[in-house]
Design a protein around this ligand. Structure first.
Ligand SMILES: C[S@@+](CC[C@H](N)C(=O)[O-])C[C@H]1O[C@@H](n2cnc3c(N)ncnc32)[C@H](O)[C@@H]1O
Length: 199
């Protein structure tokens, strides 16, 4: 849904920010074809090395450019991209307004960014269920793999993360001309879709 809602087309130039090991970037590459170009950006050398390794699996992915860089200071020109995605990145950056401003800057007029992340449901029962699921399923499973701290932070990070309507306000403040937050999975996740104005 995130990739589709960013509206990549054959021949588009696309950016996946906070790409990690590159799942969204590879999906974008499938959409833009050989005439397009995809950039995956992350500040972790280790994540990018895995992304690069995984991209050897198919010739579709060999043209993806993996860029080490900061989401708060994107190393790209203004108005360079037709579409952008971000998966589980916005909650992790240290300055959300700045990150949204940077995304808006590098998009072409009319371009869209789709930002997927966890979300605290407004319904209190779903909220309780989400925290129970994190505490009793996700974190113990991660602990078994030696990754407790990496997953235990999700709950506190979600408490700090702006709700969907606040994300929409931040997107307008960052310069986007249209912004909609789509709750998914009973509001336990969400996708913010923001469009840069044409003028
Ligand atoms: C939870 S991972 C998500 C990775 C990938 N998008 C996915 O969905 O699997 C968050 C990623 O954001 C990256 N990240 C966090 N802050 C960043 C920043 N300021 N600039 C670039 N990358 C950043 C981390 O290195 C990490 O790879």
């Amino acid at each position: 849904m995130t990739v589709t809602w960013s509206e990549p087309h054959v021949g588009s130039v696309c950016l996946d920010v906070c790409c990690g090991t590159g799942d969204l970037a590879r999906m974008l590459a499938q959409q833009v074809g050989t005439e397009g170009q995809v950039y995956g950006l992350d500040f972790s050398t280790g994540q990018l090395a895995i992304a690069q390794q995984r991209s050897l699996q198919s010739s579709h992915f060999r043209s993806i450019r993996w860029v080490e860089g900061d989401a708060l200071q994107l190393p790209f020109n203004d108005s360079q991209f037709d579409a952008a995605t971000m998966g589980y990145g916005l909650r992790n950056v240290t300055d959300i307004p700045r990150s949204l401003q940077e995304l808006c800057r590098v998009l072409k007029p009319g371009g869209k960014v789709a930002i997927l992340d966890f979300h605290r449901p407004s319904n209190s029962q779903f909220r309780t269920f989400q925290q129970w699921y994190l505490d009793h399923f996700v974190v113990p499973l991660a602990e078994g793999m030696g990754l407790r701290d990496e997953y235990a932070y999700i709950g506190p990070s979600l408490d700090r993360f702006p709700m969907g309507s606040e994300q929409v306000d931040l997107a307008y403040q960052a310069g986007f001309s249209k912004a909609v937050h789509y709750p998914i999975a009973a509001g336990m996740m969400g996708v913010l879709v923001a469009t840069k104005g044409s003028h």
